[in-house]
Design a protein around this ligand. Structure first.
Ligand SMILES: Cc1cc2nc3c(=O)[nH]c(=O)nc-3n(C[C@H](O)[C@H](O)[C@H](O)COP(=O)(O)OP(=O)(O)OC[C@H]3O[C@@H](n4cnc5c(N)ncnc54)[C@H](O)[C@@H]3O)c2cc1C
Length: 396
């Protein structure tokens, strides 16, 4: 006879930033929490490791111990040409290596009381009115609430949310060791190239001893992502002397919606999806870590809500995500449609209207939202056009 499965208040599948954050928040509030992770931390994760500094508003400052680089500006290029740099007086982003960052978050959850099972993969889920039974490659557990935080290839989403068939965009990334050599594109800078791909961008995000180099398509698919990556590396002068290892591929589960329909739900009975598992990735530049942490915090608050007050519902989570995150992603999607349809024009306009980039930096710093950014950016561009017309039209 099978031994009786142990029951938890909350079981979390996947301990990346989303799962580790949910585990920490729920454990410190006194819930019994089991976190399952199929790998062993610290583990490598294909990721640029760029955190917009508004993460300061939602994470305790102890993560600064693993920040490798603080970024003050972006070097923009187009197919390796037409470079320009726009700097902010204040930091706009932090650079982390995901093995160290995620490990720090998992250890914090463990210290708060989460039972962490590493090297254990969740494989099956059975919903019941009381909760969910989870089978792994090592055992069986019962939980009152299940949180799917298992990333872009989420098995929780596949099994319990079969209607969620959303796009995942292909990406390729490689890490180049630079040892003690000076970082490229320079101290306090990252590089973004809108001309390297058909409808996406290529990046160089520097760390202490390496450069994370990648390419991602944001609309449509590249005929050969590997060809795009190789061309970017070849055309980018700063990489000429460096040996670039073969890139790894990983899907990017961008926020997407079909027509005017909102994305299919994030809650199914006693299960919910956070972070990449829920496609909570910014459709403009693919920022996902901030939203993984934030969605996990919102999810944890909703879960605590139903334990404390039976009239509350897990759907509070979905409503809060719609209010706080989807409202932002809808605007980011509109901006992305313009940028990736007219990348060359946008590259040149960004050079000309640097105030717009400064406004975008305000979004990264948490001083503006995408909604206020869009409104103000339109104002800047309209005013500049009016000025241009006045300058170029003959005086009567
Ligand atoms: C090439 C690339 C570059 C990126 N660059 C950036 C960037 O610079 N900045 C940024 O903000 N975002 C970036 N992102 C997005 C970012 O990596 C993700 O949004 C972020 O990792 C989401 O965190 P998560 O916790 O939801 O998922 P993940 O970090 O993917 O964590 C999921 C965890 O679940 C575990 N898991 C999976 N299946 C199971 C299972 N069955 N059982 C148990 N455990 C399981 C995995 O091992 C993993 O540890 C990038 C993504 C890619 C692909």
């Amino acid at each position: 006879m099978l031994p009786e499965a142990k029951t938890y208040d909350v079981l979390i599948v996947g301990l990346g930033p989303a799962g580790a954050t949910a585990a920490y928040e729920l454990s410190r509030a006194g819930m019994s929490v089991l976190g399952l992770e199929k790998q062993m931390h610290p583990r490598y994760k294909v990721c640029g490791g760029g955190l917009s500094v508004r993460i300061d508003q939602i994470l305790d400052s102890d993560f600064k111990a693993v920040v490798e680089h603080t970024v003050y500006g972006i070097q923009f290029t187009y197919g390796g040409q037409e470079p320009f740099f726009i700097e902010s007086p204040r930091p706009i982003a932090y650079m982390v290596m995901r093995d160290r960052f995620d490990h720090l978050l998992v250890e914090k959850a463990r210290r708060a009381g989460t039972e962490v099972h590493e090297d254990e993969r969740a494989v099956g889920f059975l919903q019941s009115p009381e909760g969910v039974e989870v089978t792994t490659d090592r055992g069986r557990y019962r939980t009152k609430v299940l949180i799917g935080a298992d990333g872009a290839n989420s098995i929780v989403a596949q099994r319990l949310f079969p209607m969620r068939r959303l796009h995942r965009m292909p990406t390729l990334e490689s890490e180049i060791g630079i040892g003690q050599a000076p970082v490229y594109p320079g101290e306090g800078k990252v590089l973004i190239d809108l001309g390297a791909t058909a409808s996406g961008y290529a990046w160089i995000f520097p760390k202490k001893e390496r450069l994370s180099i990648g390419v991602a398509e944001f609309r449509g698919r590249a005929a050969s992502p590997k060809g795009v990556f190789e061309r970017f590396v070849r055309d980018e002068k700063g990489l000429a002397s460096l040996e670039v290892p073969q890139p790894y591929g990983h899907p990017l589960p961008l926020y997407s919606r079909r027509g005017d329909m909102a994305p299919v739900g994030l809650v199914m009975h006693r299960a919910l999806l956070v972070g990449d598992a829920g496609h909570l990735v910014d459709p403009l530049f693919g920022e996902g870590i901030y939203y993984a942490v934030r969605s996990a915090q919102i999810a944890a608050a909703s879960v605590l809500g139903i334990f404390h007050d039976q009239r509350r519902s897990l759907l509070d989570y979905e409503r809060a995500v719609t209010r706080e995150i989807y409202s932002e992603f809808r605007i980011a999607s509109r901006v992305a449609r313009i940028v990736y349809t007219f990348p060359r024009l946008c590259h040149r306009l960004m050079h000309r209207y640097q105030e717009v980039i400064n406004l975008y930096y305000d979004v990264l710093q948490g001083r503006e939202t995408y909604q206020t950014f869009f409104h103000k950016a339109k104002g800047v561009v309209k005013a500049s056009f009016r000025e241009l017309l006045r300058e170029t039209l003959p005086l009567r």
